[in-house]
Design a protein around this ligand. Structure first.
Ligand code: GLA
Ligand code: ZN
Length: 659
């Protein structure tokens, strides 16, 4: 059963006599699925063990009568007041040792035994009640796991769980002392009980301790999700799917890990940005997050929350211009969404999210948004039918690693250097060239990608090095960057000349480097003068040839970007963060070298994305600009000349299947 379009619905916010009107309006809009329940624990269990599911059942029935199925969320991101007062130690603790209080959401410690008991009781009751319900088609576990947990939870329960995790990992305290290099600053432990959750210290913290803590936190969140998944799988019809709504590049928990226990991943997409950030995310960032979620399970996904109006909590984003909501919907589909669920059905009258606008305004009367989305849904549904469940093949892979990200967060080298920032530099160049990209973890098979880009392989191990070596040997085109091979997996510096074990694959040595803090470096590529940012490796080629050299500083003429042939393949090393111009030159070289073609040329701000369909292929042409655009496509497409209004989009079929 496929649904294509849905909405996030909160019947508990509205009088019951409105539900029928809502359901009828949804049906007319083309909605076939709703997500409900993910914040309504207090309504489901107003007192311990006293369950009230009738209201939810009624809402499900009202919707079902209009052909709309339900995805139920487990409401474990919002433990009710009675529970918190009864067991105050389920409240999470921050790195200053302070408890975060009731009044928002996510005020839960995920290792707390009492909390787990409450969760078990509620999820079991929900599963028993709805696990075989004919109109409940799937489940969403919790909501945006890791959201709000940035500085949480350092409580004694988490500390105890961290010690068990360490004991399991290292076996003995001697091994932990070695792995963390505790000889420094007299940090030796003689017993696991001396190890604490890393709360704020008077000054810098042990980087190995911090890295394991971040890994532990990710594992804890994944365990919390798995705990619920097991209950649901035990009681529910296997036909009901289980998913979770992720948040793009949010890093508290590894989505590669979450994906393993779920039928598919979902993602929440808010192009207008969040209340806490300036409005409007860059288009390439939106595209990258969609590609990332697809990559985390190597499978198409759902958008569980797609922006449907102005975003805002205390402050608000821009009002989406005519066409923009449809454009963003099409972008989600273009990058692999098989179903798009809009957040939220109707702007709510109370609470923190009064200004996070829905399809219907506060008045409940359909307006511009409703009319626009109705057209978008009608137009995109046939495309969704054709591409449903089909994986689109992609030639360029970017290796993404939570561990590398964590390690760079702990020691960014240059305050402006971030792992994601560097990943996005490469992604952006590919995006501008209209070359589709897959994200993959370093655990996956590299061989299906003619071009593999692995930024900041800072933490390394012999097996990973062997994998990169074999990839190039067998004909792969590999890009490695600055700070490759610096550390072992427990965040200790390795006693070798950089880049370590991959030196011969890259044909270089990096005996020295320079941090470009508050400065940039002129870099010469052929006759072009560009700039390197954040960092510069001073490369000594052994077998590699220099593609770019420093054109300033005392190390002028030193290679900063190199290329090497190794086995049947090639390996590039990029010893700096290229500015836009340098990146464009580099990307041109990489795409030529690996023989990768682009989907076509477009004006700035117009995106091309490709999806494979059952009978034919589809090209999405997305105009993110506020002006009319003309785009010429190549002969593979049925329409060659496309004219798009501001924020317009078109979906073009492949030429050989023209009807
Ligand atoms: C997130 C959450 C939703 C809602 C929206 C808007 O994506 O999953 O519950 O809070 O943000 O704030
Ligand atoms: Zn805790």
């Amino acid at each position: 059963m496929n649904y294509y379009f849905g909405v996030d619905y909160y019947p508990e916010h509205w009088p019951q006599d409105r539900w029928e009107t809502d359901a009828a309006l949804m049906e007319e809009l083309g909605i076939r699925v709703v997500r409900m329940g993910e914040f309504s624990w207090a309504k489901m269990e107003p007192r311990e063990g006293e369950f009230h599911f009738e209201w939810l059942d009624q809402a499900i029935q009202v919707l079902a009568a209009h052909g709309i199925q339900t995805v139920l969320g487990t409401p474990t991101a919002a433990p009710p007041a009675w529970m918190v007062r009864q067991d105050p130690d389920i409240l999470p603790m921050d790195s200053h040792g302070l408890r975060r209080e009731f009044g928002g959401r996510h005020h839960d410690c995920q290792s707390n035994h009492h909390y787990r008991q409450h969760v078990r009781r509620l999820v079991t009751a929900m599963a028993a009640r709805f696990g075989h319900h004919p109109h409940v088609v799937g489940w969403q576990v919790d909501n945006e796991l890791g959201n709000s947990h940035g500085d949480l939870c350092y409580c004694p329960h988490c500390e105890a769980a961290f010690r068990r995790w360490l004991q399991q990992k290292y076996g003995s305290i001697e091994e932990l002392n070695r792995a963390w290099g505790t000889a420094f600053w007299s940090q030796e432990y003689s017993d696991f009980h001396q190890i604490i959750s890393p709360k704020v210290t008077p000054n810098g913290h042990n980087p190995s301790h911090l890295l394991d803590w971040k890994r532990f936190c990710s594992d804890l969140v994944a365990d919390f999700m798995r705990f619920q998944v097991h209950i649901l799988r035990q009681y529910c019809d296997p036909k009901q799917f289980i998913t979770h709504n992720c948040m793009g590049f949010a890093d508290k928990v590894s989505y590669f890990e979450l994906g393993k226990d779920l039928d598919f991943l979902s993602h929440d997409q808010y192009p207008g940005g969040y209340f806490a950030q300036p409005p409007h995310q860059p288009n390439q960032r939106l595209a990258a997050e969609l590609d990332f979620i697809r990559g985390c399970k190597g499978k198409n996904f759902w958008i569980m929350e797609q922006q449907a109006g102005i975003t805002g909590w205390e402050c608000m984003g821009r009002n989406p211009a005519p066409g923009q909501l449809g454009l963003w919907t099409a972008q989600s589909v273009a990058h692999g969404a098989d179903t798009v669920v809009y957040f939220r059905w109707r702007s709510c009258l109370s609470g923190t999210e009064q200004y996070w606008h829905g399809i219907l305004p506060h008045s409940g009367k359909p307006g511009r948004t409703y009319r626009e989305l109705k057209e978008v849904i009608a137009g995109l549904r046939p495309v969704l039918e054709e591409v449903q469940d089909i994986t689109t093949p992609v030639q360029v892979g970017i290796v993404y690693s939570y561990d590398q990200n964590y390690a760079m967060q702990i020691q960014p080298h240059n305050p402006k250097l971030t792992y994601l920032g560097q990943v996005m530099k490469y992604y952006t160049a590919l995006y501008r060239a209209n070359v589709p990209v897959d994200f993959l973890s370093d655990q996956e098979d590299f061989s299906k990608y003619p071009l593999l880009i692995a930024p900041l392989q800072y933490l390394t191990n012999p097996a990973l090095e062997q994998k990169y070596r074999a990839y190039v040997e067998q004909g792969g085109h590999l890009v490695l960057t600055m700070r490759t091979g610096v550390k072992d997996e427990t965040n200790l510096c390795l006693p070798h000349t950089l880049p370590g074990g991959l030196a011969d694959v890259l044909g270089i040595e990096v005996p020295e480097y320079d941090c470009l803090w508050e400065t940039t470096l002129p870099v010469q590529w052929g006759t072009k003068l560009c700039r390197g940012e954040q960092w510069c490796d001073l490369i000594v080629p052994t077998t590699a040839r220099a593609l770019a050299v420093a054109a300033g500083e005392w190390y002028a003429q030193t290679p900063v970007i190199t290329q090497n042939r190794f086995g049947k393949g090639q390996a590039w090393y990029v010893g700096t963060e290229p500015d836009e111009e340098l990146m464009e030159l580099l990307m041109g070289e990489l795409l030529r070298g690996a023989n990768i073609s682009s989907l076509g040329d477009t004006p700035q701000g117009v995106e091309l994305a490709f999806r494979k369909g059952r009978e034919q292929d589809y090209l999405f042409v997305l105009n993110h600009t506020e002006i009319q655009q003309q785009i010429s496509l190549n002969e593979t497409w049925a329409d060659r000349e496309i004219s798009l209004p501001p924020y317009g989009f078109a979906v073009v079929k492949s030429a050989d299947h023209q009807e």
